[in-house]
Design a protein around this ligand. Sequence first.
Ligand code: SF4
Length: 264
Amino acid sequence: MAENSKIEWTDHTANLWHGCTKVHLGCDNCYAEATAKRWGNDVWGNDKPRKEIKSFWKDLFKYQKKAAQANEYHKVFIGSMMDIFEKPMPLINSKGEKLSYSTHSLRSKLFSEIDLDMYPNLVFLFLTKRPSNINKYIPEHWKTSPPQNVMFGTSPVDQLTFEKLTRQLLKVSGYKFLSIEPQLTHINIRSMFLFRSTIHWIIQGGESGQRKRPFNLLWAKDMVNACNSLNIPYFFKQIDKVQEIPTDLKIRQFPRNLFHTLKR
Ligand code: SF4
C-alpha cells in the first residue's frame, strides 16, 4: 500500500474537488461528507458548489514519478472525496471564492492528459455511483477506443442497486469493476451471468465506523464462489475494520492480466 492511501485496494487516492450529493443507501454514512463538515466545507448537496483541490495535479505527477522509478504500475483511485461522474457543478477555491470554470472542466483536463499519455505508469480507477453519466462525460473516442490504463467502477450495496448500476456500467466500453461496499444485504451476482467477460474485478466489504451496519460473512462466501465460477478476480476489503477477517476470506486478488497488457 502506498504512502497516501489507507484504502487497501489502491496504491493512491487523488481528488479533483471536494463535495458531492448523496445518491443511495450506501451514502448514508459518507466519510467524505463527515470530513467536509469537520473541515467547515459547505460542499454537500445539489445547491452547493464543490471546492477545487489544487494539489491534485502535483500529486499525480509525484505518483507517476514514483511508479516510474520503481518500474511499476500504481493504481490511483479517483476520488474518495467526490464523484468523478457527478453532473457539472460550480467550483470555489480554498478561500471560498467562486471560480469561472466548473467540475466538468477539471475532469475534461484530466481525461485529455490521460490521452496525451502523461501518466504511463498510472492506472486510473474512476469509481462512481452515477455510472449512467460515464458515457455523457468521457471523450467521444473513449467509447470506441477506451484507454488501457483506465478502469470504470461503480458501488452497489444491495440487489437492487447491483442490478441497476451494473446494467448502466455495462454500457461503458473498457475495463470495469465493482466496489461492493458497504454491502448491506445479500447480493446474487449470478443473476447477471452475462457480464462474465466484461467485469474485470470485484471488491467487497462491510461498513466501518460508529454507525456501521452489519455485514454477514455468508455474503462474502457466496461472492467468492460466484467470482470463482465466473473467473473474476476478487478482493475482500474488510468486515468492519474491527473484526478479524477469517483465513478463508483473506483473498486479495487484482486484475493482473489487465496490467500486464499495458505498455511501458
Ligand atoms: S457518491 Fe460517494 S462521495 Fe458522494 S455522497 Fe455518496 S458516498 Fe459520499
